[in-house]
Design a protein around this ligand. Structure first.
Ligand SMILES: NC(=O)c1ccc[n+]([C@@H]2O[C@H](COP(=O)([O-])OP(=O)(O)OC[C@H]3O[C@@H](n4cnc5c(N)ncnc54)[C@H](OP(=O)(O)O)[C@@H]3O)[C@@H](O)[C@H]2O)c1
Length: 314
């Protein structure tokens, strides 16, 4: 089958031929309708988990998928042939990912039945970003009427987080880069700040002179940048980063700091699918890219400019 893989850590991703997976005991063989692209896919291909988990090469990239079960291995009870499912490819070894025509998924992996109200492929845009957004909202514990500054609101996690927060009547200030304000407004943002055209701190202070109740920073790669953004939170508020698991130093006194890590689950995916079917969560797709062109889409994700989610179609 065709798949997009790297031959070694940090190698350039390529469309290659790899053996078809089979439905081993406890696993479901899925014909992939689409894989969802996440920054973590190329971070893993760069060696982010080297020494943490075993890897197989050529390393087929990708975690998020949606597709149809075409075979089930011995002992599988949760799913049957023909089921339309979506989720994250789990497994002990990394490298048998979703950027492929078929994927083998453990029935214990974070997988659920796909939402029925959208094309099956679109569900591949939900798992990592949707679960991250839902769990960030719980972790930051923002309540109705409170203010939430989301930096990086235009990307995968940010577009879901904006919607989920707005649905709780949280007032979302969406910080984006160089994009249409109407788009974030349609997703529920109360205020959109284009950080390429406006000073973020000044724009936030205009709205909230004492600071916002909560910050979700999806972009700061250094503790210094995160600390500067956390200074926009008032005393007693919360500042969360999706990029540092360790306690990010130098956040202002009186601000609770959270280094967030997503914990995937099939139950949470089922909840997200319900939210989609109830019309409460839109899947905001920027691009649908044929598998052979996935290397260019990966390069684009690396260089920035995400506006919603990118799907890879085998
Ligand atoms: N800890 C966890 O468990 C976890 C889980 C999921 C994701 N993450 C991480 O969270 C981050 C976000 O993920 P994602 O899937 O949403 O990524 P994404 O789809 O690439 O979105 C990132 C967005 O942030 C925007 N951005 C970058 N700098 C900005 C700035 N200064 N002001 C405003 N917007 C800015 C980007 O726009 P431009 O490119 O135009 O700047 C892009 O729209 C990634 O680093 C990812 O690895 C962590």
């Amino acid at each position: 089958m065709r798949a997009v893989a790297v031959s070694a850590f940090r190698a350039v991703p390529e469309a290659v031929e790899v053996p078809d997976p089979v439905a081993e005991p406890g696993r479901v063989l899925v014909k992939v309708a689409a894989a969802g692209l996440n920054p973590v896919d190329w971070l893993i291909a760069d060696g982010m988990l080297d020494g943490v988990a075993p890897h197989v090469f050529p390393l087929v990239m990708g975690a998020d998928f949606a597709g149809t079960a075409t075979a089930v291995g011995d002992g599988v009870t949760r799913f049957a042939v023909g089921d339309e499912i979506f989720g994250q490819v789990g497994g002990a070894a990394i490298g048998k990912g979703s950027y492929a025509s078929y994927v083998s998924v453990s029935e214990g992996a974070p997988v659920a039945r796909a939402p029925k109200s959208v094309p099956l492929a679109d569900a591949a845009a939900l798992p990592v970003a949707g679960m991250t957004a839902a769990q960030i909202l719980e972790a930051a514990a923002v309540r109705e009427g409170e203010s939430l500054l989301v930096i990086g609101a235009g990307g995968g996690v940010g577009t879901y987080l904006t919607q989920l927060a707005a649905a709780r009547d949280v007032r979302v200030l969406a910080a984006v880069r160089g994009e249409a304000r109407q788009r974030m407004g349609a997703l529920g943002a109360a205020v959109t700040v284009d950080t390429t055209a406006q000073d973020l701190a000044a724009a936030v202070r205009d709205e909230y002179p004492d600071g916002v109740d909560a910050l979700v920073d999806l972009v700061s790669r250094t503790k210094e940048d995160f600390a500067a953004n956390a200074a926009l939170v008032h005393d007693g508020g919360v500042a969360l980063t999706s990029l540092h698991q360790e306690d990010p130093a130098r956040a202002p006194q009186g601000v609770e700091v959270i280094g967030f890590e997503m914990a995937p689950s099939g139950e949470l995916l089922a909840t997200l699918a319900q939210a989609v079917d109830a019309g409460q969560l839109k899947i905001d797709i920027e691009a649908r890219v044929p598998l052979e062109q996935a290397p260019a889409a990966i390069a684009k994700s690396r260089s920035g400019g995400a506006r919603g989610k990118t799907l890879i179609i085998p």
